[in-house]
Design a protein around this ligand. Sequence first.
Ligand code: 3HC
Length: 311
Amino acid sequence: ENAEYQAEFDARIDAGGFIEAKDWMPEAYRKTLVRQISQHAHSEIVGMLPEGNWITRAPSLKRKAILLAKVQDEGGHGLYLYAAAETLGVSRDELYEALLDGRAKYSSIFNYPTLTWADIGVIGWLVDGAAIMNQIPLCKCSYGPYSRAMVRICKEESFHQRQGYDLLLQMMQGTPEQREMVQDAVNRWWWPSIMMFGPHDKDSQHSETSMRWGIKRISNDDLRQKFVDATVKQAEVLGITLPDPDLKWNEARGHYDFGAIDWDEFWSTVNGHGQCNVDRIAARRKAWEEGAWVREAALEHARKQAVREKA
Ligand code: 3HC
């Protein structure tokens, strides 16, 4: 009987159809979705921290309002994604526990420090730019709840990327110190941004099955290449140089060639030994513990309401 369900599942996936929460699905499909969606959600809420540092330090009210809106958006993206993961039969508490005790990952990029205001512009431009590249194909992911969450998230991401680029354009028309500040931030964020797309396809543990199941529509390397090709031109408009001497147009390939990625840095950051991993998890643990009373109060209120409604 499972063979029948499996055949129907395969046929729907092959036809580019969507699997919904109540549909039969192979346990391995469900498990890899819980892994990816929860880690995506963790990335969103850990991602609030680097930019959150600069809300009280923004140079103008306009920039403060924009940054506040962006950080709040990231929190909302986390909520959509935890809700999408819950449709697969896991609880938010167990997902959160996995983040706090290091069993679940979040995007490597958020383990780097935000040292100057220019970092805020570079994060919007490069990090959200890379996130858009990675998230657009996920709008067509075979798992319905995840793809629908992504449609909503992608609309907000374009605002995130534009505000970062606009911030940098403004700084590049400023003083030499401001221009140098932008170049310094780009030098620190360029390589970690292209690491966001994950290991090379040949070293990717999940790509084959994720592509077979229509979860991953474009490979890590193809998305990375797309991001590099699009970003080089934007860097030229900005007037900054990207910190890669091997970056150059390859007519034969129709793409930019670029230098070797430092995979030791990538894996040590992914495995908890990056510049800010300890701080980021400590901040998330503190928020979780200090927020316990809010969760208890909300649950108690809901319990009382349920009793009142029954009466
Ligand atoms: N950071 C941390 N871990 C990473 C990683 C990264 N940049 N790239 C890959 N990995 C991990 C994978 O999670 C996997 O480990 P696991 O088995 O413990 O989960 C391992 O490295 C092998 O990599 P694979 O390529 O085989 O894994 P995937 O098929 O899952 O591909 C991915 C990795 C492309 C990141 C995919 O998981 C994905 O598309 N995730 C959802 C989107 C996402 O998380 N984007 C990055 C966050 S951007 C953001 O948060 C929003 C924005 O507002 C800033």
